[in-house]
Design a protein around this ligand. Structure first.
Ligand code: ATP
Ligand code: MG
Length: 332
């Protein structure tokens, strides 16, 4: 089998949290030596689909870049860039919208969830979000897309878009496979374990940030919602405890069943303390490295610019072919 072309995007909104780290960033780091190439994109154009502040968007973009580098992405071993620097993404979005069914976009869970939360404006960008996401991936003819569970439906849709395009205009685009981790694909909010930990519309106390200090990690995990029982076991009726078991299993690189055995007969207090310790150990090196990297904005900008150049070299030929196939623009 040939090496995968890996692509994934992450939004520069808010602060990146434990769900992003476990569901996505950890997979990026693992993928960077497997992918040929592995491409990671900070998707500022997706971030403008909900209310935002321009100056803050720039700051958050640097924050996210520094978090990714601190977590172990190496611009020498992967392509790391800012979405808006490669204009092929937006052009391809429009072209792909010609083979995207309005009805499919209407069915997207993310649109339903996020549009319900908007106070002032449900933007057309929020509705179009999955088409831009399809363009992100299809422009690189990626074969593998590491994401969390919540993005399963969007990856299905981009496969459908690629299929429709190929049927209509001839074999051009590649249908990508999602790569969703077995463990930690859906980290739940610590205060409301029925819903996913999220950057937008989450509770401060229920969201554990990658850059939280150990004392904050202890506090948030100490007050995490569990249930009235005392057994440290996974179960449908124990979403809070099950979530913490998964988190500790990931942090330790252990099996969830081994965690259950270890805490048989122990109370929730001891268990939560162990989760806090495991998470703090996993995140402390990232936070320390972040503190070194974040102040040098010029260096971050330089890394992103170099990444954009490499990305463009891959996306531009795809766009030329798509335009040609669709009969758009000056003929070749
Ligand atoms: P928003 O709520 O604004 O959509 P987000 O927290 O989902 O923000 P994104 O940048 O949209 O962050 O997602 C980046 C990656 O993190 C995606 O691959 C997504 O599937 C993954 N991810 C997001 N939340 C979780 C979670 N709770 N558990 C596991 N993976 C997650
Ligand atoms: Mg998201």
């Amino acid at each position: 089998m040939s090496a995968p072309v890996i692509f994934s995007g992450i939004q520069p909104t808010g602060r990146k949290h434990l769900g992003n780290y476990i569901g996505a960033i950890r997979q990026y780091v693992e993928g960077q030596d497997r992918g040929e190439p592995a491409i990671f994109c900070i998707v500022d154009l997706h971030a403008i689909s909900v209310a935002f502040d321009p100056a803050e968007l720039r700051e958050r973009l640097y924050d996210t870049t520094a978090v990714l580098l601190a977590a172990g992405l190496d611009p020498e071993r992967c392509i790391l860039f800012r979405q808006s620097d490669v204009r092929e993404h937006t052009e391809l979005t429009w072209l792909l919208s010609a083979v995207t069914a309005h009805g499919d976009l209407n069915r997207m869970h993310q649109f339903k969830d996020k549009s319900a939360k908007q106070r002032e404006l449900v933007s057309a960008a929020l509705f179009f979000y999955p088409v831009l996401q399809a363009a992100d991936v299809l422009a690189y003819r990626a074969t593998e897309v590491p994401v969390g569970e919540d993005q399963r439906q969007h990856v299905e849709l981009m496969r459908e878009i690629a299929r429709r395009f190929n049927e209509r205009f001839g074999e051009t685009l590649v249908e990508p496979e999602h790569r969703i981790p077995d463990l930690g694909a859906r980290i739940m909010d610590l205060q409301e374990p029925q819903r996913k930990m999220s950057t937008t519309g989450a509770t401060e106390a229920g969201t554990l940030y990658v850059l939280d200090e150990p004392a904050v990690i202890r506090k948030k995990l100490g007050s995490a919602v569990t249930d009235s029982g005392r057994e440290v076991v996974r179960g449908e009726e124990k979403p809070g405890v099950a979530n913490l078991i998964d988190v500790l299993a990931v942090a330790r690189g252990a099996d969830p069943a081994a965690i259950e055995r270890e805490f048989e007969g122990a109370g929730y207090g001891d268990f939560k303390a162990a989760v806090a310790e495991g998470v703090a150990e996993m995140l402390t090196p990232v936070r320390e490295r972040y503190a070194e990297l974040r102040p040098d904005q010029a260096a971050l900008e330089e890394a992103l610019a170099a990444g954009a150049e490499k990305a463009r070299a891959i996306a531009a030929p795809t766009l030329a072919e798509v335009r040609e196939r669709m009969g758009v623009g000056t003929p070749n």
